[in-house]
Design a protein around this ligand. Sequence first.
Ligand SMILES: [Zn+2]
Length: 228
Amino acid sequence: MQSNLAAGGSRVSLQIDVYDFLKRAPAISRINFAYRKFKIYPSGYTDDIAKLILDRNILLVQASGSLKKRVAASYHSSVDILNVSTDFLLSNQKDCAYLIHECTHALCDWQGLGAVDVKASEGMAFIAEAIYWIASGNSSPMHAGRIREAAFAAAESVLGGTYAIENALIEDVEARVGAEAHYARKPPAQFNGYGKRSLGDRFLRAISHEANGDPRPPSPGGIRRGSL
Ligand SMILES: [Zn+2]
């Protein structure tokens, strides 16, 4: 029996499936907005992040060990690892929405936005997730909860034709992110791009990818950046 499960849970077939999903999911073409000075755009997912995952410059790992029980997915910008839960399925629309949320963090990292307050980094990710969710045919937030309700309203405005999201909508999302203990204690996200890592981060990244079964650990630095 052939297995494509590498040690540590980085599956080649999952990477290809996620690549195909990012390339083809119609709802992704609607994720296009400005959030203050930041920009989130469809080709960031369909071209940049899809390719980074396919080339294993972002290592996609399906493993429960590093994920808390109720967390469906997570992205680690210092090591370029995207974790999804063990029961992650691309046929599950919610899992896809979680994936879009994490890919939004990865896109901010790819753009090299630098240190970004957690309220803004989560705000962008929740709004992108909500746009995906609504554009996939849903008419109410994915889950009840203050952040997702505010993100839903901002997503509706984008889908209604707004490009630069109104400040009041952004502030509402951010106030709700800031009110969650889970986020309130987090330091700013460090979105340092893929060619601008510190030596320490490059080392950590290489050993983390290798430990997760990547047969071809990334060479440090020097990856060409895509469209911004
Ligand atoms: Zn997030």
